[in-house]
Design a protein around this ligand. Structure first.
Ligand code: NAD
Length: 502
């Protein structure tokens, strides 16, 4: 059987192997999750939350080993690795307090259905498939997994082929939490394993990954009528206005661009700066970026850590070469570090334009391209020109104007004087628009996507208003109904007088 060998991107050290699940094994996993889900789905939200307290306990107790594994397999700084654990715990905490209310049975009173009682009931979908990427291997697997479980579903998780050990750790956490046997399945493998999952009879899919693969996933899911949430790539913009606190903007943009060595869907990759302050801002940005340390996460002081995959390093180099060839200037960085391990230092590129891949395609590395613009209007226009729509930020001291500009940005999350401000907040649904995907994870919206709102109804008074046989009298009734319900007051009065009721 083929296996996936994990290697530490900072050292090349082998970390372990994981099987590549065959389509038959994937179907078996879905079957097992479905069998376990039957009982789980019948518990109340409160009962499920009670059981999930043990998952919280397991995460708290295992936080160090989870973070160490994320650092080893994916390569990010330890601060950020612990952040992944906190995001998952925070979501468990939020749903433990709010899920019962979000999923409570609702009573509704349709005016055409007054003779019956109506309720909307949150039914679990069944088995939720999760296909996750390598850049936040824990958070982006755990968040949909937690929402799916709270809502009463079984889960089959397909982690990235680059971070299968983190995926297997999630399986171990489910066992430590003593969740019902079979309810959480982890199937390691590659794109073909992911495809097998989509066609294995799941009831819902949460896919986080690239736009190119998201398209293929959406097409396959469409063929099998599997509802899908797509969390895809970004090419996120920051807009620096002339009145911004330039030090604050440069610090914030550096963090927003270089966290996880830029391998974040929400990372700032394009900066539009107003002409009067462009030179000063670029100087500050470059100076501050030059002070950041690039190297392995084993040294907690290294801010810019490993590039996880060889393919990612190639993309970064390709985008910089393309920009250089088309006339851009690289003010800082631009070359991978020499020696073992994959590292790329903070890189600042200017004199860029939209014909360059660095301004139009997702780079996913510690690279910031800065374009000077005439004014805020031009900045908004250029920011919105992108096919992506995940996050954006505006940097200004004028809060009122800044807030107005945020609402004109075609993204799922827009922040003033901060970037990707909602990432990690359990209460706020996460998701992009345009090519960055559709649907939400986290928050009330993320939980609602894990259920089907079933309508149930029963008679209050057993008088059937409509039904066979049809007659001339019934035609007159529905005609007068139009006047009665939607006409002006004279028409309503006339309809009442006619009394064409069945
Ligand atoms: P990827 O698309 O290469 O892979 C993601 C997952 O999909 C992996 O598990 C992979 O095995 C699987 N996969 C690939 N092709 C598939 C197919 N045809 N059918 C089914 N499964 C398939 O993405 P990646 O390189 O792992 O992750 C980086 C990408 O994810 C970036 O584009 C990044 O912006 C995006 N991302 C988005 C968000 C978000 O919240 N919007 C968050 C993190 C990452």
């Amino acid at each position: 059987m083929s296996v996936l060998i994990s290697r530490n991107p900072a050292t090349g050290e082998e970390l372990g192997s994981a099987p590549i699940f065959s389509p038959d094994q994937v179907r078996e996993a879905v079957k097992a999750a479905r069998a376990a889900q039957v009982e789980w789905g019948q518990l109340t939200v409160r009962q499920r939350n009670q059981r999930l307290k043990r998952l919280t306990r397991a995460l708290v107790e295992q936080a160090d080993s989870i973070a160490a594994l994320i650092v080893a397999e994916q390569g990010k700084n330890q601060v950020e690795a612990y952040g992944e654990v906190i995001s998952a715990l925070e979501l468990l905490h939020f749903y433990s307090r709010r899920a019962a209310a979000i999923l409570r049975t609702r009573s509704i009173s349709p005016r055409l259905g007054v003779l019956r009682s109506h309720r909307l009931v949150a039914q679990p979908r069944g088995v939720v498939g999760i296909i996750s990427p390598w850049n936040y291997p824990f958070t982006l697997s755990m968040e949909p997994l937690i929402a799916a479980l709270v809502a009463g579903n079984g889960v089959v998780l397909k982690p990235s082929e680059y971070t299968p050990q983190v995926g297997l750790k999630i399986g171990e956490l489910a066992r430590l939490a003593e969740l019902p046997r079979g309810l959480v399945q982890v199937i390691t493998g590659d794109a073909a394993t992911g495809q097998a999952l989509i066609t294995a009879g799941i009831d819902k899919l949460v896919f986080t990954g690239s736009v190119a693969n998201g398209r293929k996933v959406a097409a396959l899911a469409g063929e099998h009528l599997v509802p899908v949430t797509l969390e895809l790539g970004g090419k996120d913009a920051a807009i620096v206005l002339a009145d911004a606190d330039l030090d604050r903007a440069a610090d914030g943009i550096l963090w927003g661009a270089l966290l996880n060595a830029g391998q974040a869907c929400l990372a700032i990759e394009r900066v539009y700066v107003e002409q009067p302050v462009a030179q000063l801002f670029i100087e500050k940005l470059t100076e501050k970026a030059a002070r950041l340390r690039t190297g392995p996460a084993s040294d907690p002081a290294n801010e810019v850590c490993a590039i996880t995959t060889p393919a990612q390093l190639n993309t970064i180099q390709r985008h910089i070469a393309d920009a250089r060839q088309k006339g851009a200037r690289v003010l800082l960085g631009g070359q991978p570090l020499e020696g073992s391990g994959r590292f790329f230092p903070p890189t600042i590129v200017v004199d860029v334009n939209e014909d360059m891949a660095i301004m139009s395609e997702e780079t996913f590395g510690p690279v910031i391209a800065v374009q000077t613009v005439k004014d805020a209007e031009e900045a908004i226009r250029r920011a919105n020109q992108s096919r992506y729509g995940l996050t954006a930020s505006v940097w200004t001291k004028d809060m009122r104007r800044g807030r107005r500009l945020l609402t004109r940005l075609e993204v799922g999350d827009a922040a003033l004087n901060d970037h990707g401000a909602s990432a990690g907040y359990a209460e706020i649904g996460w998701g992009g628009r345009k090519a960055s995907g559709y649907g939400k994870t986290r928050g009330a919206e993320g939980l609602q996507e894990m259920v089907v709102w079933q309508h149930i109804s029963w008679p209050r008074l057993d008088i059937p208003l409509m039904g066979f046989p049809y007659s001339e009298r019934k035609v007159r009734f529905v005609r007068s109904l139009i006047k009665l319900l939607f006409g002006n007051w004279q028409e309503r009065l006339a309809a009442l007088k006619n009394q064409n009721f069945p």
